[in-house]
Design a protein around this ligand. Structure first.
Ligand SMILES: NC(=O)c1ccc[n+]([C@@H]2O[C@H](COP(=O)([O-])OP(=O)(O)OC[C@H]3O[C@@H](n4cnc5c(N)ncnc54)[C@H](OP(=O)(O)O)[C@@H]3O)[C@@H](O)[C@H]2O)c1
Length: 285
């Protein structure tokens, strides 16, 4: 049955840009009140302004998702301001483009703290509170297509996304009898600030971001596409939100056949190496 979202409330982390901001606006258009969080207050205020223009209530909390007590604060504020929360979307995250050996222990821990541990804390705290209130709810986490296969120099990021995927599928079965549904979201390459943020986290200037400029158009999408899919999932809960049948199919092949996966990655890596060599070779005079 299609769930009516009108008058319901959602908490979204990482809502100052990209997928989180687009989802916040789309949720408001569907009739929801939205509590946003992120570190950039000016960007959060822009999004709350757009939500209010849709005639819905919006509030924000500025902070790092790893700040102690952040999850409890978010739930408290949603209940004070909106009288309830019906859904949470643990979306905040960033990537890294470094090899396994080049990454420091601190870098490994930080990416797991932000992408995985902050999200699990929010989902667990929200689930406990919904159980205490004997209320139904919907918990979502922004994973990635890279939860299903990894790529060279994306190991840490892909590992956090695979961990999110595993968490969501187990939690969904643990909570389904309490009418709390858990979904994971699996975007493909999406045109957001993710690539600049990942470059910064990897110690490179944002101008050197691995932008999806050369990715075939079929494999690139805008954040609004993910936002629409998330809202469809809020209306009709489903285990995993995908926005590309092609990538979902490729991911399936890679799981069925590790040899196919190795062949595809070798081809991709060889193409990247050729491009790097060409870039470094001075032009003939
Ligand atoms: N773009 C892609 O190709 C792609 C593909 C698959 C999955 N995803 C996933 O989609 C999610 C959203 O990313 P995006 O593409 O929309 O990129 P984005 O525009 O860079 O958004 C990332 C959001 O996360 C927030 N954030 C990052 N670190 C944070 C921290 N320590 N504390 C609080 N907030 C933090 C950022 O807010 P502040 O900077 O204001 O704190 C921002 O709002 C991520 O989980 C990402 O892994 C992205």
């Amino acid at each position: 049955m299609r769930r009516d979202l009108h008058g319901k409330a959602i908490i979204i982390t990482g809502a100052s840009s990209g997928i989180g901001a687009a989802t916040a606006i789309r949720c408001a258009e569907a009739g929801m009140d939205v509590l946003l969080t992120g570190r950039r207050e000016d960007r959060l205020r822009e999004v709350t302004g757009q939500i209010e223009q849709c005639g819905r209530r919006a509030d924000l909390i500025v902070g790092d998702v790893t700040d102690p007590g952040m999850s409890g604060r978010l739930l408290d504020v949603a209940e004070q301001e909106f009288g309830r929360f019906d859904a949470v979307f643990a979306n905040a995250g960033y990537g890294m483009n470094k090899s396994v050996l080049d990454m420091t222990d601190e870098e490994w821990r930080r990416i797991f703290d932000v992408n995985f541990f902050a999200g699990i804390e929010l989902l667990r705290t929200a689930a406990r509170r919904l159980l205490d209130r004997d209320r139904p709810g919907h918990l979502l986490m922004c994973s990635s297509c890279l939860s299903k296969f990894s790529l060279p120099r994306h190991s840490a990021y892909a590992a956090t996304k695979a961990a999110q995927n595993a968490l969501c599928s187990a939690m969904r079965h643990e909570l389904r009898h309490h009418h709390i549904y858990v979904s994971s979201v699996h975007p493909i390459t999406t045109t957001t600030e993710f690539f600049q943020a990942s470059a910064r986290a990897s110690g490179r200037p944002p101008e050197q971001a691995m932008l999806p400029d050369h990715t075939p158009g079929l494999l690139v999408q805008r954040p609004e596409r993910v936002a629409r899919a998330v809202v469809r999932c809020l209306h009709r809960p489903c285990p995993e939100v995908w926005t590309s049948l092609l990538v979902r199919t490729i991911a399936g092949f890679m799981t069925i056949s590790p040899r196919f996966y190795d062949w595809a990655i070798r081809r991709q890596t060889a193409a990247e190496l050729r491009a790097e060599v060409q870039k470094d070779t001075p032009a003939e005079r």
